[in-house]
Design a protein around this ligand. Structure first.
Ligand code: CTP
Ligand code: CA
Length: 224
């Protein structure tokens, strides 16, 4: 009976979540992307909505249904994702970056399909580094003052805790969540390592939705 009167964990909070891969066009028919399925980010959006938050989900190209009650903005490239995030961030109280943002984009994208030139030589591709969306948001005054709580994700192939702690500091975020291998992309389950200034805590292997609910509860406890 008492539970009935308890406010939801994220009542009054506005969550902004990025999810999925980005797609960096090389020409009208080709591009560079990665195998992120978006499942973890979509699960977090769903769990946060269930916990009473107003949720905006900025999604790269994925094949997933929009969680009920969640506002979804579809984007393609890292630059599109950055624009959408910067537009929404001033409203948000929590930003969770789960997207596998492409680190580089082709320095130039051809308006016409690139053709073989008959020489047998492949084209020389040049790349430009994409803006770090999470670090950009984390440097904003609202994030610095604690009005906007920023959470990053990281997939590391080795030395997860050390790499995650270093990445957390480099990004300037209070919480970084590491995916505990084997490779999580596309799977329905995962295990997470929560890394903050005090140290780390493991969330044992479970479905992405149960982990998302645990993470939402952990983040709620960190707010205010
Ligand atoms: N991220 C981002 N924008 C980018 C690159 C990464 O917002 N251009 C975010 C991801 O969404 C994730 C976090 O930063 O929350 C860590 O991403 P990751 O790829 O692990 O870190 P990088 O800084 O790109 O370092 P590297 O890939 O070299 O390990
Ligand atoms: Ca990266």
């Amino acid at each position: 009976v008492i539970a009935f009167f308890q406010p939801k964990l994220l009542a009054g909070q506005k969550l902004l979540v990025t999810a999925g891969p980005t797609y960096e066009a090389l020409d009208p028919v080709r591009g560079i992307t990665n195998l992120s399925s978006g499942k973890m980010g979509f699960a977090i959006a769903r769990a946060a909505h269930e916990a009473g938050a107003e949720v905006t989900l900025v999604a790269g190209p994925v094949n997933l249904p929009t969680p009920r009650g969640v506002k979804r903005i579809d984007v393609r490239s890292a630059q599109n994702m950055l624009e959408a995030v910067l537009q929404q961030a001033p409203e948000a109280t929590v930003f969770i970056a789960t997207a596998a943002v492409a680190d580089w984009r082709p320095a130039s994208s051809s308006e016409r399909k690139i053709k073989k030139d008959g020489s047998g030589q492949p084209p020389q591709l040049a790349f430009t580094e994409n803006t770090d969306i999470l670090a950009t948001v984390a440097q904003s005054p609202r994030a610095q003052s604690g009005e906007l709580f920023c959470v990053g994700f990281a997939a590391e192939s080795h030395d997860l805790e050390d790499n995650a702690q270093a990445k957390r500091k480099r990004k300037g975020v209070p919480l970084l969540v590491g995916n505990i291998g084997p490779a999580t992309f596309g799977r329905d389950d995962n295990a997470l390592l929560l890394v903050d200034a005090q140290g780390s805590r493991e969330l044992a292997r479970a479905s992405k939705l149960s982990l998302a609910r645990e993470l939402v509860a952990d983040i709620a406890a960190r707010l205010s």
